[in-house]
Each structure stands twice: as C-alpha cells, then as structure tokens.
Design a binder for this molecule. Structure first.
Ligand code: ZN
Length: 358
C-alpha cells in the first residue's frame, strides 16, 4: 500500500460546522456567554475592540457589524510584540500602570477562538470520525499521516479515541504529561498514527519559563479538551501563566518556538516520504507561502518528481464555478497539471476514502 498524507484545511472543519475566520468575533460577542460575562478577559476584549476598531461589543448591533478577521487582529498584536512597538493604550513593556497589556490581549484572542469552537463543535457531523473509521477498517491507517493547519481538535479527538483500540496519537513532540503517572503516555512507535499541526493546536498549553508543553487532560479518558476552560491556568512547576500555542498562517515567519519548528521539520520529512497528498478543504490561498514551500520541497526533493500524486477534495454544494476554477488554477500553476482536482466533497471522501487513496 502506498503512503498517503491527508492534509486538512479550514474547509474540513467548516464542513463540521466550525465558523470561518470572519465569523468568529460575531459568534463570540453575540453569545450568551459573553452577554452575561464580567470576567477580566471579556472586559479587556471589549475595550480593545472599542479602542482599536470603534466597535461597541456591549451595546452595538453585533449581527450587523463588520468585524475584522481573527488573523487580522492576531496579526496586529503579534507584529507589534515582535517589533517591540505599542498601540496607544496597549503597550507591551513593563510600565507601572499598563504592564504588557497587548500580550494579554493576544492570548485572550486565542482563548476566545477556543471558546467559540468549543460551543460550535459540540454538534459536529462526525465526518472526521467516519474518515478515520473507514481508513481503519480498510487497514489503511498505518500508511496515512495527517497534517492539519486547523487549530480545532476535530481530527485529534477522533484519533485519541483509538487509544482503546491500541492506536496512539503522535503529535511529533514531547508533552510534560508523559512524565506523569496515569496521564497521556508517550506514543508507542509500532502503534502510532501521526498528526502534525504546524500552526499549533487549541489543546496545548505552553509554559514560556520551563519551555515545556502540556496537553489538556483527557475527558472521560478518551477525548482531549480545548483550552477554553484554562484561561487562568498556570504552570505547576513555576506558576507562570500558561500560553496558547497558535501561529496564524499569514504570520508564519515567527518560527522560533522550538516545538513548532520541530513539528515543521517532521512535516517536511513526512511529506518527502509519501506518494500521495490528499488535500481536504484546503483552498491553496496565496498567503500560505510556507505551506507551498513544504509542498514544493516534497515534490522536488525526491528522485523522481512524478512519483508524488496530488488530489484535491474541496467541493461543496454552494460552491460557485468561478471559485472552483480559480482554485484549480492556483493548485495547478504551482504543483503542475497532474493535480487531480476532484469534484468530491469532504463528506464523500470520508464515506469512501479508499476510492481515492487505494
Ligand atoms: Zn513553568
């Protein structure tokens, strides 16, 4: 059997009911949670949107407000922190009155996303579950590597559940949980299925002092949890506040986190060894040059570049022909005419993955 990489983009999560980038803030600020909240995170976010975007999330007409995208807002805070610059009222330095306010905003924004996804994905359609189940039944799981640019944990939880069937989820990095009795265990080499998330994941918490990563505890012993309930969590070793570990794709230049750079290297290595890459719900956006870089390396850093096949699965009912054509064009101009741009939806692929990967 050939080795396959299944690449999961935003469209795969959208098929399960996840909001797109531009809908995240509207969903959050119109939620009952926010409406009844008085916690410091929500108050800070309200002030931030008022001062930076002139949006009154407490009293405004949320459903008719044009919000910036998550990427735009996180891009602003991350770029300011990287450049050691401030915005008026939001500094990054340790001044007596207003210490590092922008860093907290950056973290609150990520927790906000976790909270939105947590409520939206309770009722997912379990397409990821069908996909993995069908691969397992065909005994194909051991020849598949998953790569996800999504922050949510849809595929993570489906793979975590296989623990009881002797299959270990391997993120390609070490978690401090591995050292604890009765917690997550280091995956066993012969039973592992790899899931590489080069943009990070919303079930990981990072201690910047210990430089260690913690994965959220399993719930009912089977599935992992989003960090939405861990906004105040601190490191048990040094009491530093835990940080989320998320990098928006448009901001991928900041690759100095050791964990993300290790995942990057393993993704690179894995892609060079596969014979077929199946893109699910990935629109091949112009901004994702770092993903294109990995793909081009996978295609050219092998003896015969024609041995790597590509299949695109990104169709859905309301998709406009023009959007479809442009997407096909983007794939083919970069990866060549051999890209199999299929008319399948993610759901159809999940129902019968062996028809595609064989
Ligand atoms: Zn620590």
């Amino acid at each position: 059997m050939i080795n396959t990489a299944i690449f999961l983009g935003a469209g795969a999560s959208k098929a399960e009911g996840a909001p797109l980038q531009g809908e995240l803030f509207r969903d959050y600020f119109s939620s009952n949670h926010f409406r009844s909240s008085n916690d410091s995170m929500d108050r800070e976010l309200a002030t931030f949107f008022m001062l930076m975007f002139g949006i009154d999330v407490d009293n405004g007409d949320i459903l008719n407000t044009n919000f910036p995208t998550f990427e735009e807002v996180l891009g602003l805070t991350d770029l300011a922190i990287l450049r050691k610059e401030s915005f008026r009222n939001f500094d990054i330095e340790n001044r007596a009155t207003n210490s590092g306010r922008l860093r907290f905003i950056a973290q609150y924004l990520v927790f906000l996303v976790a909270k939105v996804l947590d409520s939206k994905l309770q009722l997912s359609k379990n397409i990821h579950g069908k996909l993995v189940r069908n691969l397992k039944n065909a005994d194909a799981l051991k020849n598949v590597t998953f790569i996800s640019t999504n922050y949510d944990i849809l595929i993570d939880n489906v793979l975590t559940e296989l623990y009881n069937e002797n299959i270990d989820l391997d993120y390609g990095i070490e978690f401090r949980n591995f050292e604890r009795h009765g917690d997550w265990k280091r995956p066993r080499r012969e039973f592992q299925v790899s899931l590489f998330k080069p943009h990070g994941s919303l079930n990981w918490l990072f201690c910047p002092t210990c430089n260690e990563l913690e994965i959220t505890p399993k719930e009912k012993g089977v599935v992992t949890r989003l960090i939405s309930d861990f906004t105040q969590a601190s490191c048990p070793e040094c009491q530093s506040i835990y940080m989320p570990l998320i990098v928006p794709p448009t901001f991928y230049k900041d690759l100095n986190n050791a964990f993300l750079s290790s995942i990057w290297n393993q993704t690179d290595k894995a892609l060079r060894k596969v014979d077929h890459i199946v893109f699910c719900g990935y629109s091949f956006p112009d901004a994702d040059i770092h993903i294109k870089y990995l793909l081009k390396r996978a295609q050219t850093n092998r003896n015969n570049r024609n041995t790597l096949k590509f299949t695109v699965i990104n169709n859905f009912k309301e998709k406009l022909p023009m959007v479809r054509d442009e997407e096909e064009y983007r794939y083919k101009r970069f990866l060549g005419p051999a890209v199999n741009y299929s008319s399948l939806s993610f759901e159809q692929f999940a129902d019968n993955p062996m028809a595609v990967i064989r």
